[in-house]
Design a protein around this ligand. Structure first.
Ligand SMILES: NC(=O)c1ccc[n+]([C@@H]2O[C@H](COP(=O)([O-])OP(=O)(O)OC[C@H]3O[C@@H](n4cnc5c(N)ncnc54)[C@H](OP(=O)(O)O)[C@@H]3O)[C@@H](O)[C@H]2O)c1
Length: 271
C-alpha cells in the first residue's frame, strides 16, 4: 500500500525529546499531516499538550491508525519499546527511525515489520538548519521515500543515500559534526579571552567569523583551499597561523577524528 499525502491520516512520533519533538514540530508547522506524540513521561506529555499545538499521550493507542511512525527514543530503550508496540503495529505502516546505530534489519526483526526508513539527523534540525540523510528498506515504495524526504526537509536539508553504510559515514560528517565545529569555536573563544576580550566579545568575534566564512563558501563556487589562499597572503599573519596548524598536522588529526567517529558508529550498529 502506498501512503499518499492526500489520504494520509496520521504520523505518530514515539519519544518527545530533542529529536522527536523537533520532527513533530517540523511536521506540525509544515501542515503535512496530523501529528501525535507518545512519550512515557507524564510531565513531558503535559508540557507538550500545554503548548496547545500537538496532541501527546503516554499510551500507545495512537499507533492503531497511524500511517507513519517515527522512532525517536534512545537506542538502548528501543528493545523495551519494541516489546510494547509489536502487538499493535502492522506491516502496512511505515517506520522512520532517527536512532543512531540501530540497523534497519534490527528494527524489522524487533517489530516484525518490513517498511523502514533509517535517518541520520543532527542537532541544528531544531532550528530548521539540520542536515539529514536517509535510506529505505527495499520494501519502501519510491513515493513513500520521497514523502518522508519532504517531511525531513521541514527541519533543514535532507537527501537519500544508497546504503546503510553511508548513514554511518554521515554520522562522522554532519551527525556528530556540529560538535567538531563547537570544539574549534571553543578553542578560538578561549584564545580570544586569553588575549583580553570579554566572553560576550569573544562570542561575537567567533560566531560572526564562522557565519561569514560559511556564507562566503555557500554563496560562491570556490574551493576551500582557494578561500584560505584569499585570506592568507605570503609572509602574512594568516599564513603564519595556517603554517602552525600544518606543522601540528591539524588537518590530518581532524580527518582522524572523523574516521574514529565512523568506526564507533559501525561498532555500535554491529552490537
Ligand atoms: N540529539 C541529537 O543530536 C541526535 C542526533 C542524531 C540522532 N539522534 C537520535 O535521536 C534519538 C533520540 O535522541 P534525543 O536526543 O531526542 O533523546 P531524548 O531527548 O532523551 O528523547 C527521547 C525521549 O523518549 C522518551 N522515552 C523513553 N522511553 C520511552 C517509551 N517507552 N515510550 C515513549 N517515549 C519514551 C524519553 O523520556 P525520558 O526522558 O523520560 O526517558 C525522552 O523524552 C536517539 O536514538 C538518538 O540516537 C539524536
Amino acid at each position: 500500500m502506498l501512503i499518499k499525502q492526500e489520504i494520509m491520516k496520521k504520523i505518530v512520533v514515539i519519544g518527545g525529546g530533542n529529536m522527536g519533538f523537533t520532527y513533530a514540530e517540523g511536521i506540525y508547522n509544515a501542515k503535512i499531516a496530523n501529528i501525535e506524540i507518545i512519550d512515557k513521561s507524564d510531565d513531558r506529555v503535559a508540557e507538550i499538550n500545554g503548548m496547545n499545538k500537538m496532541k501527546a499521550s503516554t499510551t500507545y493507542d495512537a499507533l492503531n491508525d497511524a500511517d507513519i511512525i517515527f522512532l525517536a527514543v534512545k537506542p538502548q530503550i528501543a528493545p523495551l519499546v519494541f516489546g510494547d508496540i509489536k502487538p499493535i503495529v502492522n506491516k502496512d505502516q511505515l517506520f522512520v527511525s532517527v536512532m543512531a546505530g540501530m540497523t534497519i534489519e534490527t528494527i524489522q526483526q524487533g517489530l516484525d515489520i518490513d517498511k523502514v526508513i533509517r535517518c541520520m539527523p543532527n542537532l541544528p534540525a531544531s532550528i530548521q538548519l539540520g542536515m539529514t540523510t536517509y535510506v529505505g528498506s527495499k520494501e519502501v515504495a519510491k513515493e513513500n521515500l520521497d514523502l518522508v524526504g519532504s517531511i525531513l526537509k521541514s527541519t533543514g536539508k535532507a537527501f537519500e543515500v544508497k546504503t546503510e553504510d553511508m548513514i554511518d559515514n554521515t554520522t562522522g560528517i554532519s551527525g556528530s559534526g556540529s560538535a567538531y565545529i563547537f570544539y574549534f569555536m571553543n578553542a578560538m573563544a578561549e584564545a580570544a579571552e586569553d588575549i583580553g576580550f570579554n566572553p560576550k566579545e569573544a562570542k561575537t568575534l567567533v560566531s560572526q567569523t564562522f557565519e561569514g566564512a560559511i556564507e562566503l563558501y555557500k554563496q560562491n563556487d570556490i574551493s576551500l583551499e582557494e578561500w584560505m589562499n584569499r585570506v592568507a597572503s605570503k609572509g602574512g599573519t594568516t599564513r603564519e597561523a595556517l603554517n602552525s596548524f600544518d606543522a601540528d598536522n591539524v588537518h590530518q588529526h581532524i580527518k582522524g577524528g572523523v574516521n574514529a567517529c565512523i568506526r564507533r558508529a559501525k561498532e555500535l550498529g554491529a552490537k
